[in-house]
Design a protein around this ligand. Sequence first.
Ligand SMILES: C[S@@+](CC[C@H](N)C(=O)[O-])C[C@H]1O[C@@H](n2cnc3c(N)ncnc32)[C@H](O)[C@@H]1O
Length: 218
Amino acid sequence: MNDLVKNKPRAYIVGEVEFYNCKISLNQNVLIPRQESEILVFYALQRLNDCKGGVLLDLCTGSGCLGLAIKKARPDIQVILSDISPLALEVAKKNGVVNELDVEYLEGDLLAPLGHQKIDYLICNPPYVTDFEYEHLDSSVRDYEPKLALVGGNEGLDFYSALSKTLHAYINIGGKVFFEIGKDQGLKVIDLFSDPFWRKKEIIRDWAGHDRFVFLET
Ligand SMILES: C[S@@+](CC[C@H](N)C(=O)[O-])C[C@H]1O[C@@H](n2cnc3c(N)ncnc32)[C@H](O)[C@@H]1O
């Protein structure tokens, strides 16, 4: 049976997509970048307009699409791409080279690879699909895209919950956070970051009108 008959996503067959002015190579070790994530870059760049320089971490980077798109638009920002999967990082590194973007790469669990380094901005599209949703995903997603990139536990909130306990120690005052979220997760994510350390909290909708992003400021 050929790949098209087997319902393999076209992006994996072609092996490349356009993402916010970057050429992003793909294989099945990374998620196919979604349109919502381009919207995330659009809003993040808007909110970075009044900031000069600084360090941005693209956590859960996968193909590197988010951090590379930011670096391309904002060469003054120092960008770090980080993922727990060495196979995903290989793809991100290739994309950094192809797009001629000078970024750093870290491998490991969440913020641990930063060590003592602090950041000014975090952009993160973590796995946020619930265990239940995963079982009911279209086969073109479940059979081809990495489970590690998709599932965020029983409520899909595991990554936001873990970050809500540690991020304050890694981000400078005046820092900004740009999360992609599942469409029913806005209020729950805001609740996780209820500590007054987070001065400003916003839930933003995607172009289909679903809650899709949470932005925080310290
Ligand atoms: C939803 S994908 C996002 C990929 C890409 N940023 C995008 O927007 O298309 C989530 C990524 O998180 C990575 N990941 C999963 N668990 C992780 C962890 N504990 N620490 C760091 N990265 C992790 C996966 O390998 C995957 O690449």
